[in-house]
Ligand binder design. Structure first.
Ligand SMILES: *[C@@H]1O[C@H](CO)[C@@H](O)[C@H](O)[C@H]1NC(C)=O
Ligand SMILES: *[C@@H]1O[C@H](CO)[C@@H](O)[C@H](O)[C@H]1NC(C)=O
Ligand SMILES: *[C@@H]1O[C@H](CO)[C@@H](O)[C@H](O)[C@H]1NC(C)=O
Ligand SMILES: *[C@@H]1O[C@H](CO)[C@@H](O)[C@H](O)[C@H]1NC(C)=O
Ligand SMILES: *[C@@H]1O[C@H](CO)[C@@H](O)[C@H](O)[C@H]1NC(C)=O
Ligand SMILES: *[C@@H]1O[C@H](CO)[C@@H](O)[C@H](O)[C@H]1NC(C)=O
Length: 583
C-alpha cells in the first residue's frame, strides 16, 4: 500500500515537474501559512460528518501514515461518506463528449447493393450464446454477406444455449426494419428461395469459420463453397469476423449494430416504461449490470470473502464442471478477472463521486448470497431498484419465460441510463460500452479490477480520502470518455473507433476557448485535453485482439500475453459453460 502511494506521488510529481520552480518559490510562504493554520485548527476533519459506519477492524497503532485526514492517534479511518463530494467533475457527463459524434454513413466509394449482389449466393448463419453474444454474430453476419456479395437469410437465433430462449429473430428484433434499413448494403431475405419455379428450396451446406476470420479468410474458405453449393450456413456464429476491416465495412458494422437492430415494439414499450419510472424518481440514474450468479463466481475461481461456507458452496458447483481446474484463487484476482462484489461496486461508485441520494437500477440474475450480499450496496445506495421493484408481475409476465426478452429490457434500461456501470467485462458490458461511445460518450464505468482489488483488500488500513483518490486514479481510462482507449484497442464492438468522428467546428471553438493561450501553447493544451482521459501508466487491458492481425507494437504484445478481465477469453470444453459466462 505504502509503496503504491509513493508511486502515485512520483507519477504526479513527474507530471507537474515543469511547475517545480514556481512551486518552490511559493512553498516558503505556504509553509508559514500552514504552520499558522496548524496552530489554529485542532485536527483536519474527515470528508463528511454524515457518514456511514462501516464495520472496521481495530489495529494497534502502527507507523503507517498515509494522508492528512488520519485519526489523531495515527490509525487511518476508513469511513464512507454519504455524499459523493465531487466538485471537480460533472458526474453525469463525459468531458469533451460534445466534440464527437457517431458517424456510420457509407463513403461514396461503397457500391450500392445492386452493383455487387450476385444471384444464387445465399448466406445463412446460426448465432450462439446469450442475447449480446448473438448480437455480435448478427452484426458480423451482415458484413460477411457483404464481403461475399451474397444475400443474407435472416439469422437464426440460438434457442438451445445455456440461456434457453425459444424466441426467434422476429420476436426479439424488428425484422422488417432490419431488412429495410440495410437495403442499400446487403440484400436480406426471410428464407431461402426456391430453385427456379416450383423447385425445392436450397439446402445450405453447413460449416464453421475460424474466430476472427478476415476478409481474405472469407474469400478463401467460404466463397468456394458458396460458388459450388449456392447456399452456406455458418454455425456457431459469434466473433467470427476480424476486428480490423476496411473503413466501409466497419461503418456497415455500426449501421447494423446501432441502427438496424431494434428490439420489437412490445420490448421497447415495456423498457420505455421502466426508464420512465426511473426518471420519475430522479433526474438522473445509474444502471448497474451486476453479474454475480453462483455458477459464474464458481467458474471465476476467485474467493469473495465468504469463508468456509463460500468455499464449500462454490467448490460444489465447480466440481459439476469437470473441466474446471482452478487451484489458486489469488491468480485470477491479480489478473483482474474477479467480478467486483456488490459492496465493492458501491464503494467504487461512492469514491467516484456518487452520493447516497443517487438512484440506481440493478440488472442482475440470481445473486449469490441473495439479500445478504446486496445489503452493503443497498446501504450505500438506498434508492435501489430492479425490474421487479418498478414493474408489476403482470407487466413482466410476457417476458419472464424468455431470457433474451428479459435481457433486452435490461439492455435498454442500461443503455438509457445516465451512467452505466458493470462489475464484469462480459458481452453486454462490451456492447453497451461501444454503443454508448457511439451515441455521445455517455459515461460507462468499467472497473479496473486488476488495480482496484489491492485497494479493496487494504481499505481498512486507509483513510476514505486516500482510498477514494486511488480509485479515481485507477479508473482513469475506464470511464467511457472520448479517446480514453486507442483506436484498434479492444474488440470493435466495444471500441468502434471508425464510427466516431470529431466535430471540427466545435473543436475549434473549444481550442479558442474562454481563456487565451499564446501561440504554440494552445497546441500543447489541446493535446493535454485529449490525452487527459487516458491512463498512461495503466492502459486498460483489452485482451481481445486478433491473432491474425499484426497491429501491436512490443508494448501491446506484452499486454496481450496476459489474459484480462474477460470471460469470453476463457475457453472451456463445455460449451454451455462458455455460453453462460460470456453474456
Ligand atoms: C447520414 O445519412 C443520413 C441519411 O442519408 C443523413 O440524414 C445524415 O445526416 C448522415 N449523417 C452524417 C453524419 O453525415
Ligand atoms: C464482389 O463484387 C465486387 C464488385 O463486383 C467485386 O469487386 C468483388 O471481387 C466481389 N467479391 C466476391 C467475393 O465475389
Ligand atoms: C417466429 O415465432 C413466431 C411465434 O412462434 C411465429 O409466428 C413466426 O412464424 C416465427 N418466425 C419465423 C421466421 O420462424
Ligand atoms: C493493515 O496494516 C497492518 C500493519 O501494517 C497489517 O498487519 C495488516 O495486514 C493490514 N491489513 C490489511 C487489511 O491490509
Ligand atoms: C492558437 O489559437 C489561436 C486562436 O486563439 C489560433 O489562431 C492559433 O492558430 C492557435 N495556435 C496553434 C499552434 O494551434
Ligand atoms: C509475450 O509472448 C511472446 C510470444 O509468445 C514472448 O516472446 C514474450 O516474452 C511474452 N512477453 C511477456 C511479457 O510475457
Amino acid at each position: 500500500m505504502a509503496f503504491h502511494f509513493q508511486r502515485r506521488r512520483l507519477h504526479y510529481y513527474h507530471r507537474f515537474r515543469f511547475l517545480l520552480p514556481l512551486i518552490s518559490a511559493i512553498s516558503g510562504t505556504l509553509l508559514i501559512l500552514f504552520a499558522l493554520l496548524l496552530v489554529l485548527a485542532p485536527s483536519p476533519s474527515p470528508l463528511d460528518v454524515n457518514h456511514l459506519h462501516q464495520p472496521r477492524h481495530q489495529h494497534s497503532s502502527s507507523s503507517f501514515n498515509v494522508g492528512v485526514d488520519d485519526d489523531a492517534i495515527g490509525v487511518p479511518v476508513f469511513r464512507v461518506p454519504s455524499r459523493g463530494g465531487r466538485s471537480d467533475r460533472d458526474i453525469w457527463t463525459s468531458r469533451n463528449s460534445n466534440f464527437y459524434y457517431g458517424c456510420s454513413n457509407a463513403t461514396h466509394k461503397f457500391p450500392n447493393v445492386d452493383e455487387i449482389t450476385s444471384p444464387n449466393k445465399y448466406l445463412a448463419i446460426a448465432t450462439s450464446g446469450g442475447l449480446n453474444q448473438q448480437r455480435t454474430g448478427i452484426t458480423d453476419a451482415v458484413v460477411a454477406a457483404r464481403i461475399l456479395n451474397a444475400s443474407l437469410v435472416v439469422p437464426k437465433l440460438d434457442q438451445k444455449s445455456f440461456w434457453k430462449d425459444a424466441s426467434n429473430f422476429s420476436e426479439i428484433f424488428d425484422v422488417d426494419w432490419f431488412i429495410s434499413f440495410l437495403s442499400k448494403d446487403v440484400k436480406i431475405i426471410k428464407q431461402l428461395p426456391r430453385r427456379g419455379k416450383g423447385g425445392k428450396t436450397w439446402t445450405p451446406s453447413t460449416m464453421r469459420v475460424p474466430r476472427k476470420c478476415s476478409e481474405r479468410c472469407y474469400q478463401n474458405r467460404v466463397l468456394p463453397v458458396l460458388l459450388k453449393r449456392h447456399a452456406v450456413q455458418l454455425n456457431k456464429f459469434d466473433y467470427r469476423l476480424a476486428n480490423k476491416l476496411s473503413t466501409d465495412l466497419q461503418k456497415l458494422r455500426c449501421r447494423v449494430n446501432y441502427h438496424a437492430l431494434k428490439f420489437t415494439d412490445p420490448i421497447q414499450k415495456m423498457a420505455k416504461k421502466l426508464v420512465h419510472r426511473m426518471r420519475m424518481r430522479s433526474k438522473h440514474y445509474i444502471a448497474l449490470h451486476l453479474r454475480y450468479e453462483p455458477d459464474m463466481l464458481a467458474f471465476s475461481g476467485c474467493y469473495y470473502g465468504g469463508g468456509d461456507k463460500e468455499r464449500k458452496e462454490l467448490g460444489a458447483i465447480r466440481r459439476r464442471w469437470k473441466t474446471l481446474h482452478i487451484s489458486n484463487p489469488d491468480k485470477p484476482r491479480r489478473h483482474g478477472r474477479c467480478p467486483l462484489t456488490p459492496e465493492e461496486v458501491g464503494l467504487m461508485l461512492r469514491a467516484l463521486g456518487y452520493g447516497s441520494d443517487v438512484h440506481i437500477y440493478v440488472a442482475s440474475g440470481e445473486v449469490y448470497g441473495g439479500e445478504e450480499t446486496l445489503a452493503p450496496l443497498k446501504a450505500l445506495f438506498p434508492n435501489f431498484y430492479s425490474k421487479d421493484t418498478i414493474a408489476t408481475k403482470e407487466e413482466l409476465e410476457p417476458f419472464y419465460s424468455f431470457s433474451s426478452r428479459m435481457a433486452a429490457l435490461d439492455f435498454i434500461v442500461c443503455d438509457e441510463s445516465d451512467v452505466f456501470v458493470t462489475n464484469n467485462n462480459g458481452n453486454m458490458a462490451k456492447i453497451l460500452a461501444g454503443r454508448r461511445r457511439y451515441f455521445g460518450h455517455k459515461p460507462t464505468i468499467r472497473p479496473n479490477a486488476k488495480k482496484l482489488y489491492r485497494l479493496f483488500l487494504s481499505k481498512e488500513n486507509m483513510t476514505w480520502g486516500a482510498f477514494a483518490s486511488s480509485v479515481r486514479t485507477y479508473q482513469r481510462g475506464f470511464m467511457g470518455e472520448p479517446n480514453e482507449v486507442r483506436p484498434g484497442r479492444g474488440s470493435f464492438h466495444e471500441n468502434p473507433h471508425t464510427c466516431i468522428c470529431e466535430d471540427s467546428q466545435a473543436k475549434v471553438k473549444r481550442d479558442v476557448g474562454p481563456r487565451k493561450y499564446g501561440k504554440g501553447i494552445n497546441e500543447t493544451r489541446r493535446d493535454e485535453v485529449e490525452s487527459d482521459a487516458q491512463n498512461v501508466e495503466d492502459d486498460p487491458e483489452w485482451p481481445d485482439t486478433d491473432e491474425d492481425e499484426d497491429q501491436s507494437g512490443p508494448l501491446d504484445n506484452d499486454m496481450f500475453n496476459r489474459t484480462g478481465v474477460d470471460y469470453d477469453a476463457v475457453s472451456s470444453e463445455e460449451p454451455e459453460l462458455e455460453e453462460m459466462l460470456s453474456d
